[in-house]
Ligand binder design. Structure first.
Ligand SMILES: [Zn+2]
Length: 49
C-alpha cells in the first residue's frame, strides 16, 4: 500500500503511460511525483470525516 507523502492519503495512484517512470498522483491534494510512502499497514480506519 502506498500513501501520499504530503497529505497521507491513500487515494494515490500511478497514472498509466507515465513518461518519467514511477510517477504517482494523489487524488486528494493533487500531489504528483515519484516519492510516496510505502507501508504494509492494513489497518485503515481513517474514514471519519
Ligand atoms: Zn495528497
Amino acid at each position: 500500500m502506498i500513501r501520499c507523502p504530503v497529505c497521507g492519503s491513500r487515494d494515490i495512484y500511478r497514472p498509466v503511460g507515465g513518461v518519467l517512470g514511477e510517477m504517482y498522483r494523489c487524488k486528494k491534494c493533487g500531489y504528483s511525483g515519484a516519492l510516496v510512502i510505502e507501508t504494509d499497514d492494513e489497518q485503515d480506519e481513517e474514514n471519519k470525516e
